[in-house]
Design a protein around this ligand. Sequence first.
Ligand code: ZN
Length: 160
Amino acid sequence: MKIEDNKVVQMHYHLTDEKGTVLDSSQGKEPLAYIHGVGNIIIGLEKQLSGKVAGDKVNAVVAPEEGYGERDDSLVQVVPKSGFQGDEELTLGMQVQVGTEQGNAIATVAKIEGEDVTLDVNHPLAGVTLTFDVEVVEVRDATDEELEHGHVHGPGGHHH
Ligand code: ZN
């Protein structure tokens, strides 16, 4: 069975950036399961998996525009430390929730300098060319319930 829209795909994957740094991997875990064609995974990877079958190995290089987008410098802001409440100490790389015009977003603490805290609302993988080493484990039809929910049930997916 080929990978196409509305198929459930189980895959093992190993994700690295341009420098070969491992960002994520399913190694030692159960395969990741997703529904093809419904936006469960980034479009650049989905495109390169189309038409593949169980057992296929795919080396997919995904540019930022088909991954997590380009970095947007307007999403980097300096705010006063006093604006943060709570007793948790701010640390570099920490993720905090911030209110934006588009609603709540997750920001990464990019710099702390005296009372100035630099927050970056870009996705941590924005601007990064991603390399996925994928092994397709299984391809099956999605059930009506899975299509209705927009996610996979059972192994590698949501457990109810
Ligand atoms: Zn569900």
